[in-house]
Design a protein around this ligand. Structure first.
Ligand code: F6P
Length: 378
């Protein structure tokens, strides 16, 4: 018999880049909501776009059966924002339409599975549209605040670590250096975690702008000590010290430009940013020039987001999903379900949306990497 619930009908969508574990989380929410609380669940297709376009499917027990281990998302996803959505060649504010659609479907709370962008979009729907929301922290980047970990991260770290392991054997055979580019957007969690787990000799992350000469010297020193191969794990967002200064200047300029626009003053409409060569190949070329040692490049890309979730992610998604159902049943809305130690806990959405969790310089992983002799580029 279903237990009493303050919520009768919810919507659920997946938004932003996909990752392993989304289906496990959908299943966790749906199984608990359906069987324990008798809550009706409407799946929204392709993220916030599906809500604006009223594309849905009913998620019954049959629809969520057998999906625990499947990669991707049965609902589809997109990076669309409700308030800035390309529609028929124009950028439209679809907030009111999306909220109207949700209300017409009888949705009392919209459960949004996503990363930083999704948290902001969900907050927007609540604050500007008056639609109750709940979020679950999903991203391989692990950069969401007020949660110990995001789902998808463990799987991506496992894939990146296995790639580094495999690069090790071929690097050893050929006495080469291997640069391995890891995703992570503007945070270094993935590169640092996989780099430590895979025993990378150099790990470069956005939080520590690197000095190319220091990196080259570390690699040459390894050679001199008889180690004839090296692995360099580099986050896609890593910057050299010079680039970090240029990027800070660029950010400052953009801020000024926005302020001027707000004050109605003239400024160039299409300020051109720095055109950057792909991270790993630029770095490899520079390292090869400085050391004279042969370098090869591997960019892991979207492989890190594909395939089945690890057991740790399946467990995490099941915990987060079922906790979400419990909170919905008690009428606890407008929160993100985060992980704190052993528990899944509600966190007010205003404390999450618009913030990003990067690796702090005194984080234990940084200390660990330094203590095993890894060069972090500084
Ligand atoms: O946020 C997840 C992520 O995989 C980042 O690590 C990466 O920078 C980005 O998405 C890639 O996005 P897309 O799939 O749109 O190319």
């Amino acid at each position: 018999m279903a237990q009493q619930s303050k919520t009768q009908c919810i919507g659920i969508l997946t938004s932003g880049g996909d990752c392993p574990g989304l289906n496990a989380a959908i299943r966790g929410v749906a199984k608990a909501a359906l069987s324990k609380y008798g809550i009706k669940i409407i799946g929204i297709l392709d993220g916030f776009r599906g809500l604006a376009e009223n594309r849905t499917l009913v998620l019954d027990d049959y629809a969520v059966s057998g999906i625990l281990t499947h990669g991707g998302t049965i609902l589809g996803t997109s990076r669309d924002k409700p308030h800035k959505m390309p529609m028929g060649g124009k950028i439209m504010d679809m907030t009111a339409v999306a909220v109207q659609n949700a209300k017409r479907l009888g949705i009392e709370c919209l459960v949004c599975l996503g990363g930083g962008g999704t948290q902001k979009n969900a907050l927007h729907l609540w604050k500007e549209g008056g639609l109750n929301v709940m979020t679950l922290p999903k991203t391989i980047d692990n950069d969401v605040v007020h949660t110990d970990i995001t789902f998808g991260f463990d799987t991506a770290m496992t894939i990146a670590t296995e790639a580094i392991d495999r690069l090790h054997t071929t690097a050893t055979s050929h006495h080469r250096m291997m640069v391995c580019e890891v995703m992570g957007h503007n945070a270094g969690w993935l590169a640092l975690g996989a780099g430590i787990a895979g025993g990378a000799d150099v790990i470069l992350i956005p939080e520590i702008p690197y000095d190319l000469a220091a990196v080259a010297e570390h690699l040459l020193e390894r050679r001199r000590s008889g180690k004839r191969f090296s692995i360099i794990a580099v986050a896609e967002g890593a910057l050299s010290q010079e680039e970090a200064v240029a990027a800070a200047r660029e950010r400052e300029k953009k801020k000024e430009h926005k302020q001027k626009q707000r004050r109605g003053k003239n400024s160039p409409a299409n300020a051109v940013g720095i055109v950057r060569e792909p991270m790993a190949s630029r770095l490899a070329r520079q390292i090869q020039q400085l050391t004279g040692i042969e370098v090869r490049v591997t960019s892991l890309g979207h492989v890190q987001r594909g395939g089945i979730p690890t057991p740790a992610d399946r467990l995490l998604c099941s915990r987060l999903g079922t906790k979400a159902a419990e909170l919905l049943a008690s009428g606890n809305y407008n929160v993100m379900v985060g992980v704190k130690g052993e528990a899944c806990v509600p966190v007010p959405l205003e404390k999450v949306a618009g913030y990003i969790k990067t690796v702090s310089l005194d984080h234990e992983w940084i200390r660990t990497a330094r203590l095993v002799g890894t060069c972090l580029g500084d």
